[in-house]
Design a binder for this molecule. Structure first.
Ligand code: GLC
Length: 557
């Protein structure tokens, strides 16, 4: 199949269905709700939807523990309604991609149940090991979510590996039958008309032979299962299936550098199309939000610039500020006080970079991180388990502050549609707390307000689609030393974009870089005024401006 690389002109929207919109009145977001909101999604000027897992699941990790890869959870409305959503999206010119979670299944998946009983062909579908002679665990690896990475199974009388929760046993991808299952899953959805996959922790699927002990003091094992020995080989096998469809693949990859990313997405026949790097989430922490530091614009800019330059001409970036695994970005990199303004500055900071951007549900409304008083109020298992690891020296208040800054639940509260009860998310009591700021922050309030964040996103995305320079232009950063302004340019033969974003409430004197005459530019996107003085301006709090300079002799668009 001839590939069109449609994703390079696309903007994605991520739906974490449980919190998007409840259509059947049981308090849980579902596909009926999505169906009702397809016009809203289209109105954002996005071109594709990525659904976090929709498969049947006991929800130990909200869908990332899959019980059946070829069905849609009844909680979300089942297969029939999914097909309606798929058709409805396609009719509106939007693609749909699924989440492919193949590093692990749920322990309630029939494969695992059969594997426990050593029923063929499932005996070696998972990574089973005998206890060591002295009764010790097979090795010293840690799970990322829940204690040690091994759990003893009474029935089989062996340990199984689980890199995430106890209820997420790791699949044994070294078994060719398991890889055949993956290929079947790919074909199943692609034949149905789905347009691709976001591949969950895909760089973990090949573990080092003999599962050696780890010498690292923390996150033991990660160097032995991240980027393992057969990873590229297995992905190439999947590529043989994918190549028969004009689809996209996006690989999620913890600990990813640009060099590593290019191993997957560079070269003549890339295994995957784009990679999700966690570095974009490191503007205020070291590797994880549980190791926080003060937000550093300079660090963030260096990361953005590095990915722009390193992938230039070699690979395609996947751009994001939020997803279901992180607190809301305004509460982290922006300012809740200048919520709308900083939301706009953040949007302009990434929407004009080269790559394919994704907007996470509610990001376009400037939703902030949900803050809950007690650990029991949080639903996410990673959050609850991290809380247990906090030093006893911390006060309860300090612990809850850290949880607020780090918890994935911060970004998982129900979408705020309007100011009616439950934020218009559901007529029943929602499965999770609605952020109490919904009377002020909601979609309805922003719909007709020209200056709203919602309409800023819409305009920014429209401009992205209209301006070829966003796809092709060369990236250049100005003032990299500034810890207050992010200024960058995209330049093609006939167009130049100059993006200026302030990350402070203080006034900053900005002067256009050499070669620019602001008076000759068109201010195509702005958060505040238009005044120019001495070829520059003094910024308002978190001000953002995007100027377009066009060579009129050339025909553009
Ligand atoms: C990915 C998902 C996350 C999930 C984990 C295990 O990081 O984004 O939500 O918990 O993988 O599947």
């Amino acid at each position: 199949m001839e590939r069109t690389f449609w994703y390079k002109d696309a903007v994605f929207y991520q739906i974490w269905t449980r919190s998007f919109k409840d259509g059947d009145g049981d308090g849980v977001g579902d596909l009926q709700g999505v169906l009702e909101k397809l016009d809203y999604i289209k109105s954002l000027n996005v071109d594709a939807i990525w659904f976090s897992p929709l498969y049947p699941s006991p929800n130990a990790d909200y869908g990332y523990d899959v019980m059946d890869y070829m069905d849609i959870s009844q909680e979300f409305g089942g297969m029939e309604i999914f097909k309606k959503v798929l058709d409805g999206a396609h009719e509106r010119g939007m693609k749909v991609i699924m989440d492919l979670v193949i590093n692990h299944t749920s322990d309630e998946h029939p494969w695992f149940q059969a594997s426990r009983r050593r029923e063929e062909p499932y005996t070696d579908y998972y990574i089973w090991r005998q206890p060591k002679r002295d009764g010790m665990l097979p090795n010293n690896w840690d799970s990322l979510f829940e204690g040690k990475a091994w759990q003893y199974d009474d029935l089989r009388k062996e340990y199984y590996l689980h890199l995430f929760t106890i209820k997420q046993p790791d699949l044994n991808l070294d078994n060719p039958r398991v890889r055949d299952e993956v290929k079947k899953i790919l074909r199943f959805w692609l034949d149905m008309g789905v347009d691709g996959f976001r591949e969950d922790v895909i760089t973990f699927i090949s573990k080092r032979e003999n599962l050696p002990n780890s010498l690292l003091p923390v996150v033991r094992g990660i160097t032995h299962y991240s980027h393992g020995p057969h990873l590229h080989e297995y992905l190439m096998e999947f590529r043989d299936v994918l190549d028969r469809y004009d689809c996209v693949t996006i690989g999620e990859a913890p600990l990813l550098t640009t060099g590593k990313a290019l191993e997957f997405i560079g070269g003549p026949r890339p295994e995957l199309d784009m990679m999700i790097t966690f570095q974009y989430m490191e503007g205020d922490c070291f590797f994880t939000e549980y190791a926080p530091h003060k937000f550093s614009l300079r660090k963030m800019k260096a990361i953005w610039s590095h990915w722009q330059k390193a992938l230039w001409g070699k690979g395609w970036n996947f751009l994001y500020l939020e997803n279901h695994d992180h607190p809301r970005v305004i509460s982290r990199y922006g300012s809740e006080k200048y919520r709308v303004e900083s939301g706009k500055a953040l949007a302009a900071s990434y929407l004009f970079l080269q790559g394919t951007p994704i907007v996470y549900q509610g990001q376009e409304l400037g939703m902030t991180s949900l803050r809950l008083p007690k650990i029991e109020d949080y639903e996410d298992i990673q959050t609850r388990n991290h809380y247990k690891l906090f030093s006893t020296k911390l006060s309860e208040e300090e612990k809850m502050e850290r949880i607020w800054k780090a918890s994935r639940d911060g970004g998982r509260s129900p979408l705020q549609w309007d100011d009616s009860e439950n934020a218009g998310f559901s007529t029943a009591e929602p499965w999770f707390t609605v952020n109490p700021n919904y009377p002020q922050i909601n979609a309805a309030a922003q719909e007709d307000d020209e200056d709203s964040l919602l309409n800023y996103y819409r305009l920014a995305l429209r401009l992205r689609h209209e301006l070829p320079v966003v796809r092709y232009g060369v990236y250049r950063e100005y003032m990299p030393w500034s810890d207050k302004l992010y200024v960058y340019e995209r330049r093609s033969k006939s167009q130049r974009l100059l993006v200026i974003c302030s990350y402070t409430e203080e006034p900053v004197a900005f002067k256009a870089p050499r070669g620019y005459d602001l008076q000759k530019g068109r201010l195509i996107l702005r958060s505040h005024g238009e005044e120019i003085k001495d070829n520059g301006f003094t910024t308002q709090p978190y001000e953002s401006r995007v100027y377009l300079f066009q060579d009129r002799r050339q025909i553009v668009i």
